[in-house]
Design a binder for this molecule. Structure first.
Ligand SMILES: Cc1cc2nc3c(=O)[nH]c(=O)nc-3n(C[C@H](O)[C@H](O)[C@H](O)COP(=O)(O)OP(=O)(O)OC[C@H]3O[C@@H](n4cnc5c(N)ncnc54)[C@H](O)[C@@H]3O)c2cc1C
Length: 556
């Protein structure tokens, strides 16, 4: 156990990326993972948490997966980089500002896209040579607009489960050893600002097993946002454990993304020119998003936000579409549903307990040809064709679509992960989660809709049609905002040891050799889903650790 250079705790996308990058630079790696290739229930149960805000936070069984590949067994695979404004310190957004510039990460997105199977790092329509048409109704009118941007793209991983993608490489790599069914339960650290000497492991599947010690030069905590934070909080409470510069900041500023639908977008002009479904670029699916220009975000004091076009809510049978009803019936069918999508996604899209099956059945029966055609085509695209299509999108001849938003949450001291008094099977305190949206988070989403609507109307392109009465908008946004999938902010990076938990390379302030590889180190959340940026960051971290190891010039 002591012949390794780096011990990585956790074999999700972050841990596996770190292992491959470091092993390729000649370092000897051991990866410790609680779970294994099966769904080891003793591992999964370790993540159960006390959730104080159940209306805003998903249960842990649906928010994380413990096993080789981590939560990539559940994730959707949507890859989006952060925007330059996300790195800025912004007026009116306390706690904003990263200790690195946006362009420091640019170099690493290419490798991150490669690792996640997202093709080239091209995130605008113009950068993709294979996109057939760029002349959509929106782009034609907004191309030179200084408020709205309509040419940004999200890319979708063609191989979302990272364990399936990298199992062969990792298990055959001479520099990597994997230790599944072992859980890290603590650290040995004698004094602040010195190296951590050892970590302690226990067998996940054997109760009351003794602990094993591992001693390496570097340690990387890659347990996911919540579990990395919980592990550190537990260790801070242990007199022999971690001694950090800023223990009181660990677990503060817990962020995700408020997301949902409050309006439809209705466009004038030729509906065939509305290209906002899934398109194909260099062997991966992409989709267009609507965002705001950086100057508008600054001027309007808006939190970042992205919009995309979506189907009408499929659970509402009044849409009258056989295709959407077929999707609803499949997703809510007890056995079939589980096979089609993770529980969290099904809950969001369909609502698990809908009781309107008869109406949906009638929709299918009255539209037999389109329903059967849709089912056959979707089955083919999703389960036989490669890459699989990420979801379905139905064309609207009326040129009206549901408008989905995905917004930034501002850093909030009172949104926290702390420790519960309840212990897990290995004797560690469970996480106590309180994810809180602020008034600013919600008001900013309303303001962004108003701004988009005004721009659509002023340019005679279309309008937003609100689904909810004005006075109920605030409550509806709050009700729809449920996260726990994107675990951001609780081990925030900072320029100095007084204002954050980790330095600009994700190293814990107070240690010289423990790094955190997780979106928990992001100081702000942006509008983007976090995994792509996290992987770009891990590649940068790995380069840094390898440079220290090989004594190359870097600021140790
Ligand atoms: C339904 C769903 C959809 C999502 N969709 C998207 C999306 O479209 N785009 C996007 O960017 N993100 C998405 N996410 C988030 C994405 O899955 C996570 O950002 C990503 O998996 C985080 O990777 P990670 O390696 O940091 O952590 P994880 O994937 O959670 O892996 C952590 C690993 O560490 C192990 N571990 C934990 N504690 C210990 C310990 N003490 N000792 C040993 N091992 C330990 C765990 O068993 C686990 O295997 C989604 C998440 C969910 C649930």
């Amino acid at each position: 156990m002591n012949s390794f250079d780096v011990c990585i705790i956790g074999a999700g996308p972050a841990g596996l990326t770190m292992a491959m990058e470091l092993a390729n630079q000649g370092l000897n790696i051991i990866i410790v993972e609680s779970g294994d290739e099966s769904n080891l229930s003793s591992a999964q149960r370790l993540s159960d948490a006390e959730i104080l805000t159940p209306t805003s936070h998903e249960v842990m069984q649906d928010a994380v997966r413990r096993g080789l590949g981590g939560t990539s067994a559940l994730w959707g695979g949507r890859c989006v980089p952060l925007d330059p404004i996300d790195f800025e310190s912004r007026n009116g957004i306390d706690g904003s500002g990263w200790p690195i510039e946006a362009n420091e990460l640019d170099l690493y997105y290419k490798r991150a896209c490669e690792i996640l199977g997202a093709g080239e790092p091209s995130f605008t329509v113009n950068a993709c040579t294979s996109l057939t048409s760029v002349d959509t109704l929106l782009s034609a009118n907004f191309d030179n607009n200084d408020t709205i941007i309509t040419n940004q793209l999200e890319r979708w991983s063609r191989s979302p489960n990272v364990w399936k993608s990298f199992k062969k490489i990792i298990t055959s790599h001479t520099n990597i050893k994997i230790q599944p069914k072992h859980t890290c339960v603590g650290f040995r650290h004698s004094q602040i600002n010195t190296p951590v000497t050892d970590i302690l492991l226990k067998r996940t599947d054997i109760t009351n097993s003794g602990s094993i010690t591992i001693k390496t030069k570097f340690y990387v905590i890659a347990c996911g946002g919540i579990e990395s934070t919980r592990l550190i909080l537990n260790s801070i409470n242990d007199p022999l454990g971690l001694k950090l510069s800023n223990p009181q900041l660990v677990g503060r500023y817990y962020m995700g993304h408020p997301s949902g639908k409050i309006a439809d977008i209705e466009l004038s002009g030729d509906p065939k020119k509305t290209l906002y479904g899934f398109e194909y670029d260099s062997s991966v699916y992409v989709r267009r998003r609507i965002t705001f220009n950086i100057n508008t975000l600054r001027k309007e004091n808006l939190l970042n936000i992205a919009f995309w076009f979506d189907n009408p809510p499929i659970a509402d049978w009044r849409h009258g579409s056989g295709m959407l009803s077929a999707a609803y019936l499949s997703l809510t069918a007890p056995l079939l549903g589980k096979f089609l999508a993770p529980t969290a996604v099904r809950k969001r899209v369909a609502g698990l307990y809908g009781k309107q099956r008869l109406h949906h059945l009638m929709n299918c029966i009255t539209n037999p040809f389109s329903t059967i055609g849709f089912c056959v085509k979707f089955f083919w695209q999703r389960y036989i064709a490669k890459p699989r299509i990420p979801g379905f999108f139905t064309y609207s001849p009326k040129n009206r679509y549901a408008l989905h938003y995905h917004a930034e949450q501002s850093p909030n001291w009172n949104s926290t992960i702390t420790l519960s008094n309840e212990l897990d099977a290995l004797g560690m305190n469970r996480a106590k989660i309180s994810l809180k949206w602020s008034q600013k988070d919600i008001e900013s989403i309303i303001k962004a809709h108003r701004l988009l609507d005004a721009n659509l109307q002023n340019n005679n392109i279309g309008r937003l049609v609100y689904r909810i009465a004005d006075e109920k908008l605030y409550d509806s946004i709050e009700e729809q905002a449920v996260d726990g999938f994107h675990q951001i902010g609780t081990l925030r990076m900072s320029e100095d040891e007084f204002t954050g938990v980790t330095d600009s390379y994700g190293r814990l302030w107070g240690t010289s050799n423990v790094f955190v590889a997780s979106s928990a180190i992001f100081p702000t959340s942006g509008q983007a889903n976090p995994t792509l940026t996290m992987i770009a960051f891990v590649v940068r971290q790995a380069e840094y650790i390898a440079n220290i190891f090989h004594n190359k010039d870097c600021h140790e």
